[in-house]
Write a new protein. Structure first.
Length: 329
């Protein structure tokens, strides 16, 4: 059996892992890696089942595959296409091996000797009763894609790094770059990867917007100015606007922009402006000229007059005293 591991003629793989490409090329590497069961080195095989699919390779040696009657690639049962744990549960643990290294090597050596004499492994389907066979067949049908059929191999799995936005392979990535059709699986994956509540791509923009909204609310809490827009042409006069807004309080001043059909109404107190805004964003003029639109406005800040007598004024360098004009005479 050691010769089989060193240079077997062909790997023991199921039809689903093999694929349906009749012109498939398979590469081999002698003593390429250790078997996942017996940890002995064996000849590995690597192939591409079809176009658009990922490369497949063997994971266990030929001896272990014969003893346990499993595929070297997917390590599923060759008869029913089920997990060996499910199959062994129905067989009463027929293919269980010891966990210790020495005991496992002894059990594998004994199984190899038995196989060389009888040609059968440690799995005997003839000892199963009819109930166990029917159960295994039902499980094989419910698995969705039994390995005993000529079913098409599933496509490559979806790239988990691409779903996180961290895949750097691009077109060279062997996995699919697409969103899963099942939204429940996508939500489960995002929850496991810590992306259950994804943040927007530009969180700084959201923070800036929130800051502006807070600043606007604070300024509105002290503002005494109302911006009036969409004023009708016949109502762009101060008497008409003053007659409408004086019902809410004392109007300090009104600044009208006739071209833009807008105006700024300044009250003496904030409560008066708040009462005017409580009437609604759109109000009808008392004179019946039409409807105007209201919004909170900002009053102009008083400009500081420029002083030319102090150091650092316009036309002078800061840190230098002004030159005495008498020296120029």
């Amino acid at each position: 059996m050691a010769d089989d591991n060193a240079n077997p003629d062909f790997p023991i793989i199921c039809e689903s892992c093999l694929g349906g490409n009749p012109y498939m090329r398979m590469t081999t590497q002698e003593m390429g890696q250790a078997c996942k069961i017996c940890t002995r080195p064996y000849t590995t095989y690597r192939w591409l089942p079809g176009v658009g699919q990922r490369y497949r390779r063997t994971e266990i040696c030929t001896s272990c595959a014969k003893i346990k009657n499993t595929c070297q690639c997917c390590m599923l049962d060759l008869e029913y296409g089920l997990s060996t744990r499910v199959r062994d549960a129905m067989l009463g643990g027929a293919s269980d091996l010891p966990t210790g290294d020495a005991n496992r090597r002894w059990a594998l050596r004994a199984a190899e000797e038995q196989m060389s004499k009888t040609g059968k492994g440690i799995v005997d389907y003839g000892k199963m009763d009819s109930v166990a066979k029917d159960t295994l067949k039902a499980l094989a049908r419910s698995s969705g894609e039994p390995y005993t059929s000529q079913a098409k191999r599933k496509a490559n799995p979806i790239c988990s790094f691409w779903l996180k936005g961290k895949c750097t392979r691009g077109r060279d990535c062997p996995h699919r770059h697409e969103m899963p059709k099942n939204k429940e699986k996508l939500a489960e994956f995002l929850a496991k990867s810590g992306h259950a509540a994804p943040q927007p791509r530009s969180s700084s923009g959201t923070q800036i917007l929130d800051r502006h909204l807070r600043e606007a609310e604070q300024s509105n809490a002290q503002s005494v100015t109302i911006l009036v827009t969409k004023i009708p042409d016949d109502a762009t006069t101060e008497p008409i606007l003053r007659a409408h807004f004086e019902q809410y309080g004392v109007v300090k001043s009104i600044v009208i922009a006739v071209v833009k059909k807008s105006a700024f109404v300044n009250y003496e107190e904030h409560e008066m402006a708040k009462a005017a805004m409580a009437g609604g964003d759109e109000q009808e003029l008392q004179s019946g000229e039409g409807v105007i639109k209201l919004a909170w406005g900002k009053s102009r800040l008083p400009t500081k007059p420029a002083s030319s007598s102090k150091p650092g004024a316009a036309g002078q360098r800061s840190g230098y005293a002004a030159m005495d004009s008498s020296l120029l005479k």
